[in-house]
Design a protein around this ligand. Structure first.
Ligand code: MCA
Ligand code: AMP
Length: 464
């Protein structure tokens, strides 16, 4: 069973001030499942709340594919996700622009209806994620892929029911939802979700007995800059970092303040987590670990040629195995393009492998894929949104290095009377708040090559 059994009166999940034990969660979710059984898919408002957890578990109990919708999404993105996914119902607080029938979700409700476990091949989640161009694509994830990933991580991190998992990550992506909620339910460890991943909230949860903590690098670097909160983590068993590269100085500062630094793990929405450092292995700063059981990885050069696993040579990381997705919803061409002819998924990440199977991620193959605060944002979709603003004639979006966010979204714009704050709000309201440019630079012209293509490298290197 993907989520284990729904028995037991120990705490299962707490989000902020609201909590449920296992039996309470299962019976509240069963009430949701009874209402939605047979639907093609359900959209869930992905706010950080107990209600979201109940809604997602309800969908999984009923065997109905769940489509989490970012809670900070703007109208255009929300509409796209709802329409593209084919969701028939909306679970959670009704939102502007969503015309689906809303189904109430009440954590206090109880139902004893029991549902048969759906097959591992069936779809569990459809998660929307950005490519380099175009609107976000629906990544179809099977229940079996999630189970394989979570079992691999439980093994790597010696994650057991004795752990208390703590994090405050968004409930609409792999990190916060699959690892952070479904992982805790599958392993049987209680989850404390702090609503926001602030240093103070992590410190408070450590004092209350949290043992295992998840965060994106921005979360860890904010904790490292808050020594009192960092020291409060001293008694914890394991810190885990992922979704973006953990800067070496942050790992060093945490080692000094906490007594141990995070283990890293690597993955993608499409592949779930494929590579992880084991809890019992010595920390190797900058290295994200070895392939999970059931996953294989390799490096390939620009023309598909093998690249040596010598700890130095860089190639595109390609993966295959049990944790992989089933394709982009309704996009057979994009799905086919994501795989090599011999059946490996092209991650688009540049990596190094060493002789012991350890991986180091050295960057993205494309400048158009930005990671900001752990969120993946395609430059193309931000540029398209910006071009929808009447004062913008040309737009080029890049990710610039940022001490807090890893990369900061910067928009170079050509236009008439461009007001930076107005266009930033315009993107936030259309796409989502986390996709807004943090900075706008108005320029006379964009640097282009002889073919007319914008030379983004010049923007990044020439930017301040
Ligand atoms: C600011 N705000 C605005 C605007 N400007 N709202 C509307 N319009 C504007 N122009 C408000 C926001 O609503 C929010 O309000 C507040 O400003 C702060 O928002 P933001 O700047 O986005 O927050 P932040 O402090 O910069 O966020 C840092 C963060 C966040 C908490 C680390 O980036 C985060 O949660 N990242 C996690 C991403 C993640 O989970 N990725 C996993 C992908 P208010 O505060 O009131 O809400 S899955 C993945 O990658 C895999 C597979 C893997 O490997 O894990
Ligand atoms: P997403 O689909 O949002 O999960 O983003 C996946 C991308 O996040 C990967 O392709 C990597 O570029 C990046 N990523 C995830 N984990 C790590 C990590 N530990 N180190 C470096 N990059 C990472």
């Amino acid at each position: 069973m993907l989520l284990g059994s729904g028995t037991g009166d120990g705490p299962a999940v707490r989000v902020g001030d609201e909590g449920l034990d296992r039996e309470g969660l299962w019976s509240a979710a069963a009430a949701v499942a009874a209402r939605i059984a047979g639907a093609d898919a359900v959209a869930v408002h992905g706010e950080a709340s107990l209600r979201t957890v109940v809604a997602v578990v309800g969908g999984l109990l009923a065997g109905v594919p769940v489509v989490p919708v970012p809670s900070d999404s703007g109208m255009a993105e929300r509409r796209h996700i709802v329409r593209d996914s084919g969701a028939a119902l909306w679970l959670g607080e009704p939102q502007d622009g969503v015309e689906l029938p809303a189904v109430p979700v009440d954590p206090a409700e109880r139902s004893s209806t029991v549902f048969p476990e759906p097959s591992p091949e069936s779809t569990g989640l459809i998660l929307y994620t950005s490519g380099t161009t175009g609107p976000p694509k629906g990544v179809v994830i099977s229940r079996g892929a999630m189970a394989a990933c979570l079992d691999g991580l439980a093994d790597a991190w010696s994650w057991t029911p004795d752990d208390v998992l703590v994090h405050g990550l968004p409930l609409f992506h792999v990190h916060g939802l699959v690892l952070g909620v479904l992982g805790a339910l599958r392993v049987g460890s209680p989850l404390v979700h702090t609503v926001r991943p602030t240093p103070a909230a992590y410190a408070a949860s450590a004092k209350e007995g949290g043992t295992l903590f998840f965060g994106v690098p921005t979360v860890w670097s904010r904790i490292a800059r808050d020594p009192d909160s960092a020291r409060a983590l001293a008694g914890t068993r394991l810190l885990v970092s992922g979704s973006a590269p953990l800067p070496d100085p942050v790992a060093d500062d945490l080692r000094a303040l906490v007594g141990h630094s995070p283990v890293e793990r690597y993955g993608m929405t499409e592949s779930l987590i494929t590579v992880a450092a084991r809890a019992d292995a010595p920390r190797r700063t900058g290295w994200v670990g070895t392939a999970l059981p059931g996953v294989e990885s390799r490096l390939r050069g620009e023309h598909g040629e093998p690249v040596a696993s010598d700890g130095e040579s860089i190639g595109e990381l390609q993966v295959r195995g049990a944790t992989l997705f089933d394709g982009y919803l309704g996009l057979p061409e994009a799905t086919a393009a994501a795989w090599t002819d011999d059946g490996w998924f092209r991650t688009g990440d540049a990596a190094v492998l060493d002789g012991r199977g350890w991986h180091r991620i050295v960057g993205r193959m494309s400048v158009d894929m930005i990671k900001t605060g752990g969120y993946r944002v395609g430059a193309g979709e931000v540029e398209a949104a910006l071009l929808g603003h009447p004062s913008v004639r040309e737009a080029a979006v890049v990710g610039e290095p940022d001490d807090d966010l890893g990369q900061r979204i910067v928009a170079y714009l050509v236009g008439d009377g461009v007001e930076p704050a107005t266009v930033i709000d315009f993107v936030a309201a259309r796409l989502s708040v986390h996709k807004r440019p943090r900075e706008v630079r108005v320029v006379e012209a964009l640097p282009r090559n002889a073919m007319g293509k914008v030379q983004k490298k010049l923007l990044v290197d020439g930017g301040r």
